[in-house]
Design a protein around this ligand. Structure first.
Ligand code: C5P
Length: 346
């Protein structure tokens, strides 16, 4: 049978940690797995509500506040403690809220999840994620830094919203793929040409395509069957000729058989005005219904920092804006996709 913690994690619709000590917050934020609470939370994909209670100084300590921020960024619902008499005899912030308050917060989280869980039911959504690698020879490639995290967050959010989800993953770490809901179907690809073939095949009967993958615009004209060797008698460097890759998004966006909803991504640098102009141009050129415009650089767009995404419609107008963790942005986008598809039906 399954280990007990995995069973608990699997059957839970909601996990409430109450009271949560400063120690528990730190352990949850770090992803510990050496006691029942942290282990169960780590192993579950149920929503988590945390009600901290501790001495004011511990609550206000920068370490605790950083842990709370981390947890909130990951979508954990942390209820603020209230002020009043504390266990220590002091008074201040750090009291556990009334049980009714905790119950109300928990029910709210559950009903939001329940409402979201039908948004895309009956729909098939294809998401491309990661970054392509264009082979130079059997051991070398031209690649990019895309991890695939945003795409996988969108795939997970779409699956939670009831969609049947297919991910086309280009060079995404196995551990990230393993964290997807189990019914998400994954096709792994390497190069842009492989991604094109898989995406066209998977999209034929889909309701929506979301292209988050970073696809190489160019590939080496020919890839060598054998590893390129340096010639010790010759100082000349080899020349690698590049040729254009097909633009998968534009090809599908403009095709007859296109799914009813096509979403592209654009990571841009520059002033607000510049990136909005690039985004509008891209939406039109690629035949996408929406372009998710992602401002990158200066602490946004990469790593563990909030994303700031504007959704541009086909005519370049800002249809929505999402700021937050990759999961929050994904949930916002999925909500928008659902109402777009619902409006088409009528
Ligand atoms: O033109 P740019 O690369 O900025 O456009 C980004 C969008 O186009 C992304 O959605 C990406 O997945 C898609 N794309 C593509 N095929 C390419 C290049 C980009 O589908 N060859």
């Amino acid at each position: 049978g399954r280990a007990e913690h995995v069973e608990l994690a699997r059957i839970a619709d909601l996990i409430i940690v109450v009271p949560a000590t400063a120690n528990s917050l730190a352990r949850l934020a770090c992803g510990f797995a050496d006691d029942m609470v942290s282990l169960t939370v780590l192993a579950s994909d149920a929503p988590v509500v945390v009600a901290p209670a501790m001495h004011s100084n511990m609550w206000l300590a920068p370490a605790t506040q950083a842990n709370v921020r981390t947890l909130r960024e990951r979508g954990v619902h942390v209820i603020d403690p209230t002020s009043g008499a504390l266990g220590s005899g002091d008074s201040g912030i750090g009291r556990l809220p009334e049980p009714e308050e905790i119950a109300r917060a928990a029910l709210e989280v559950l009903s939001a999840r329940e409402q979201a869980s039908h948004l895309l039911s009956g729909r098939t959504v294809v998401v491309t994620a990661g970054g392509t690698r264009e082979p130079i020879d059997p051991v070398r490639f031209l690649g990019n830094r895309s991890s695939g995290r945003q795409g996988l967050a969108i795939a997970s959010a779409a699956a939670r919203a009831g969609a049947s989800v297919r991910v086309i993953a280009a060079n995404v770490e196995s551990a990230l793929l393993a964290a997807l809901p189990s019914h998400v179907q994954v096709t792994r690809v390497g190069s842009a040409l492989q991604m094109r073939e898989a995406t066209i095949a998977q999209t034929a009967d889909a309701d929506a395509l979301v292209m988050t993958a970073a696809v190489a615009d160019f590939r080496p004209e020919s890839s060598y069957q054998l590893k390129m060797k340096k010639d010790p008698t010759n100082e000349d460097a080899p020349t690698i000729r590049l040729v254009r890759n097909p633009d998968i998004l534009a090809e599908i966006g403009h095709s007859e058989a296109r799914p009813p909803l096509v979403v592209g991504f654009a990571a841009e640098t520059g002033t607000d005005e510049e990136i909005l102009a690039y985004g509008a141009d891209k939406a039109a050129r690629k035949g996408a219904d929406f372009i998710c415009l992602n401002r990158v650089g200066e602490n946004v767009g990469f790593g563990d920092v909030p994303n700031d995404i504007r959704l541009l419609d086909a005519s370049g107008h800002i249809a929505a804006r999402y700021v937050g963790s990759k999961d929050e942005v994904a949930a916002g986008l999925v909500g928008h996709m659902a109402s777009f598809l619902d409006n088409l039906k009528r």
